[in-house]
Each structure stands twice: as C-alpha cells, then as structure tokens.
Design a protein around this ligand. Structure first.
Ligand code: O7M
Length: 220
C-alpha cells in the first residue's frame, strides 16, 4: 500500500453499482478500499476483483478459524485480487501464521485486530490487546488494527509494535478524531459512513483530508 493520504475507505455499502460508483469517485483520495462482509455477501466475491482493478483492496473478513480453514479463506480472497487481509488474533499463533504465510505467498499484507473501536471491545478485547499486538508482530503481520475512538490505546499499541503499520477505524461516525488518532501513532485512518453515507461523499472526503493535512502541518 502506497501512502498518499493516510486514508482507507470502509466501503460497507450493499449494492455493487453503488460500490463501484463510489470507488470511481473517490479512488484518488484513498490509499485503499476496505471491503468486508456487508458488500461481499451482497455482491459476491467478484466485487473484490472488480474493485481491485481500480484501487488496492483490503479484504476485511476478520478471519478467525483454524490454520487450515484460515488458509483456504485467505487463498480465496487473495486469489480474487485483494492486496491485504485482516485476521483476528484470538484463535492463536498457528492460525495467524497460516494467514501470514498465505499473504506472503501472494505478496500481500496481513493486518491483525488488537482492540476494536466499539464500546463492547472493552469487555474481552482490551485486557488482551497488548498480547494480541505482540502476537501480530511474532506472527509476521504487516500491521495491526487499533481504535481511533481510544487514541491512548493506539499510543500503547504503537509502543509494542515498533514500526509496523497501524490502521485505525472509528473516526467520524463512531466519534473518533482524525487528528488525535494520527498524533497517537496511527498510519492510516479507516473511514466509512461519514464518507459513503454523506450527501456529498467527495466534499466529506475533502474535509477529512483538510483535517489530516492540518494535523501534519501542526507537527512541523
Ligand atoms: O466509519 P464507520 O464506523 O462507518 O466504519 C468503520 C469500519 O471499520 C467498518 O467497516 C467496521 O467494520 C471497521 N472496524 C471498526 O469499525 N472497528 C474496529 O475495531 C475494526 C474495524 C475494522 O476495520 O477491522 C478490521
């Protein structure tokens, strides 16, 4: 993934046509399009192939199974053209290594979920997030997913993973701030509803880019 704007679009729409129109409209402003269950279940796996001919695609299937089943899932979605996959850490190291090995064989990236952005993640994920971040590094992941809704947790996870990538959801619709997430150490922001659900997705994207730009200029 080449970083131009530090932005990933979470394309959780459920219509193939809408997904393709939004991709065409916004492709220049996002570093990747994240496609997950909502779109793939409605439009079929072929949507990964179609979008990947326009933009890098992160397949967000939050893979969480045994090593062999994980490998089969990874092969399917990477074979369809995805550039990166996302897996859960809790099934353990062998399951994650199966994803990492498959990603490597396709020249793709693996991102591992540490602590999710919604309030319920404080129940089971937060107490284990540091261990999951360590496991991601040990398993050969390219990076992790950490919550923009809790920038202090991004900071903590950054201190564990060194220079691995952090992709961070929760900006906008979930209340997280773009600037705070970036200052805490996120490399990319994952943004969904506040862009694709906006009356003017291009204008909403430009507002976000302004916020990101002013964050980087404040650093100088
Ligand atoms: O901006 P939103 O809330 O409309 O969309 C956020 C996207 O990020 C949506 O696709 C979620 O499934 C995803 N996401 C979270 O919101 N929180 C998480 O902790 C993790 C993810 C995610 O992308 O995991 C890989």
């Amino acid at each position: 993934m080449n970083k131009k704007n530090s932005l990933i679009l979470a394309l959780d729409v459920v219509s193939r046509d809408k997904a393709l129109n939004l991709t065409e409209l916004l492709v220049d402003h996002f570093d990747a399009i994240k496609v997950g269950y909502p779109l793939i279940l409605h439009a079929g796996l072929g949507i990964v192939e179609e979008i990947s001919s326009i933009s890098p695609v992160i397949a967000d299937l939050k893979i969480a199974d045994t090593p062999n089943t994980n490998r089969l899932i990874c092969e399917a979605v990477l074979g369809a053209g995805a550039d990166a996959i996302i897996a859960q850490a809790f099934p353990g190291k062998d399951s994650l290594v199966a994803c990492a090995d498959c990603a490597e064989s396709f020249g793709a990236d693996l991102f591992v979920v540490t602590e999710m952005s919604h309030p319920g993640a404080e129940q089971f994920m937060a107490p284990l997030a540091e261990r999951m971040a360590r496991l991601a590094v040990e398993s050969g992941a390219s990076g992790v997913v950490a919550p923009a809704t809790r920038p202090e947790r991004i900071r903590l996870i950054r201190s564990i993973i060194g220079d691995k990538l952090i992709i961070s959801p929760g900006v906008g619709a979930q209340g997280g701030s773009a600037g705070e997430a970036l200052q805490a150490g996120a490399d990319y922001l994952i943004v969904g509803r506040s862009v694709y659900g906006s009356a003017d997705p291009l204008a909403s994207t430009k507002e976000l880019l302004d916020q990101i730009q002013s964050n980087y200029s404040n650093e100088i």
